[in-house]
Design a protein around this ligand. Structure first.
Ligand SMILES: O=C(CO)COP(=O)(O)O
Length: 254
């Protein structure tokens, strides 16, 4: 019922020479596109190149961040209207690297989430606990707060046309994937929170898993009831790995 979605987050990787080649390899892959949606989120200056490379394919594109305002004197920042002009479908907000390395609070992430929606972009809200938080038994509490910061008083159906990515910080770039059971537990918790406020949106919301997902680990993760795809870092930089994950997503939908 929820078609899987697999999004590549290239992070601060990719050069002019290789971006188009990688994007083209993904767009041209033999994948049953009837059963999976996909997007590529490269660094800002590569968005236009990636867009040209994939525009005639089922693969969409997006950005990794945006500013909460739509324009103004904010040197070095990029605003939603420009991302929309560039044809972006998706924008990642609240990635743990933004939260941790660039000091983005739950409140700022919520502002960015709404900036994305205001501009007709699909926000991919990243949530996830650190290892210390998990060890302290606080994983659920942390993720609940991160989701709640966007949900607010629940008066608006804000997660309609949005995506959530559960990315346990301890699994990002570490090669330590969450077990399917660990991931499923958190995905179910997230879906439950949204369902409480908006049952239909909660049921249809795509919740992606992110954190060292590879072609080999994707099938088991995606077999879980509440895992609807992946937000892929390292493995999105290798065409064969990313295509393998796309195929696992297709298989999970059949
Ligand atoms: O942070 C991630 C995607 O946003 C996950 O990164 P890795 O797949 O490299 O662990």
């Amino acid at each position: 019922m929820r078609q899987p979605l697999v999004v590549g987050n290239w992070k601060m990787n990719g050069r002019l020479g290789e971006a188009e080649e990688l994007a083209r390899a993904i767009a041209g892959a033999e994948v049953d596109w009837e059963h999976v949606s996909s997007g590529i989120c490269p660094p800002f200056p590569l968005i236009d190149r990636v867009a040209s490379a994939v525009q005639d394919s089922p693969v969409g594109w997006g950005a990794q961040n945006l500013h909460q305002e739509d324009s103004g004197a904010f040197t070095g920042e990029v605003a939603g209207p420009l991302l929309k002009d560039l044809g972006c479908t998706y924008v990642i907000v609240g990635h743990s690297e933004r939260r941790d390395l660039f000091g983005e609070s739950n409140e700022l992430v919520a502002e960015k989430f709404f900036a994305a929606k205001r501009n007709g972009l699909i926000p991919i809200l990243c949530v996830g606990e650190t290892e210390a938080e998990r060890d302290a038994g606080k994983a659920g509490e942390v993720v609940r707060e991160q989701v709640q910061a966007v949900l607010g008083d629940g008066k608006e159906d804000v997660f309609r046309d949005a995506v959530i990515a559960y990315e346990p910080v301890w699994a990002i770039g570490t090669g330590r994937t969450a077990t399917p059971e660990q991931a499923q537990e958190m995905h179910a918790l997230i879906r439950g929170l949204i369902k409480e406020a908006y049952p239909i949106t909660g049921q249809s919301l795509k919740i992606l898993y992110g954190g060292s997902m590879k072609a080999a680990s994707a099938p088991e993760l995606m077999a879980q009831e509440d895992i609807d795809g992946g937000l892929i870092g390292g493995a999105s930089l290798k065409a064969d790995e990313f295509i393998g994950i796309l195929r696992a997503a297709v298989a999970s939908d059949l």
